[in-house]
Write a protein that binds this ligand. Structure first.
Ligand SMILES: [Fe+2]
Length: 180
C-alpha cells in the first residue's frame, strides 16, 4: 500500500547525513505532528509525515560560527527549502516512491517556510498547510529546536510507531471505503 516507509527513509545514509545536520529530534517531532494535523484535516498522513520528516533536509553547514547558527546571515542567504525539496525528491524517487507522491512531498517541503521568499501571500494547499503548521508547532525560540538530542534507539522506535499509525490509518480508511 505504501511503497516507501518512514523507516526506509530513516535508515538511508542521505537522511542520516542531512537530517541529522538540522536535528533528528526536530524532524521526528514534526513528522508526528504532521501526521496528527493531517488526520484532523483529512489530508494524506503518509505524505504529511514524510514531508514533515524531510522538511529540513536541505540545510547547509554554512552560516555557522563556533558550531552555532548565525541567524542573521542565515536569514539573508538561506535557500534550505529549495535545496531540501530537490534533495528529498531525488531520495524519494530512488527509494521507489510513487512519482506523484514524490512531487507533492517536494512541494510541501519547498513551501514549508516563506522566510526565503519575497513578501507576499502564499496560497498553500491543505498538505502544504499541514506541514508548515507542524513545523511551527515544534519551533523553539532562537532555533533551539535544531539542537534537541535524541538517541538512535528512541528515534528508530518513534519512526516505527509512526509507520504503524500511518498503516493502520490507511487500512481502516480503505475498509471504510469498501464498506460504504
Ligand atoms: Fe523545521
Amino acid at each position: 500500500m505504501r511503497n516507501v516507509s518512514l523507516e526506509k527513509l530513516y535508515n538511508h545514509p542521505i537522511v542520516q547525513k542531512y537530517v541529522r545536520r538540522s536535528g533528528m529530534a526536530h524532524a521526528i517531532a514534526v513528522a508526528e505532528k504532521a501526521f496528527e494535523i493531517a488526520v484532523q484535516n483529512k489530508v494524506d498522513p503518509d505524505l504529511a509525515a514524510k514531508a514533515g520528516f524531510l522538511h529540513d533536509i536541505g540545510h547547509y553547514t554554512w552560516y555557522r560560527s563556533n558550531g552555532e547558527w548565525d541567524y542573521q546571515e542565515y536569514k539573508q542567504n538561506d535557500i534550505h527549502a529549495i535545496k531540501g525539496a530537490a534533495r528529498a525528491h531525488k531520495l524519494l524517487v530512488r527509494c521507489g516512491e510513487d512519482l506523484q507522491n514524490a512531487k507533492e512531498i517536494a512541494l510541501a517541503i519547498l513551501l514549508h517556510t516563506d522566510s526565503y521568499l519575497p513578501d507576499g501571500q502564499l496560497k498553500l494547499s491543505p498538505l502544504q498547510y499541514v506541514v508548515a503548521k507542524a513545523d511551527q508547532a515544534d519551533e523553539l525560540p532562537g532555533g533551539k529546536h535544531h539542537y534537541r538530542k535524541i538517541d538512535g534507539g528512541t528515534a528508530l522506535a518513534r519512526i516505527q510507531t509512526l509507520d504503524q499509525r500511518i498503516n493502520h490509518y490507511k487500512l481502516s480508511n480503505q475498509i471504510e471505503k469498501t464498506v460504504s
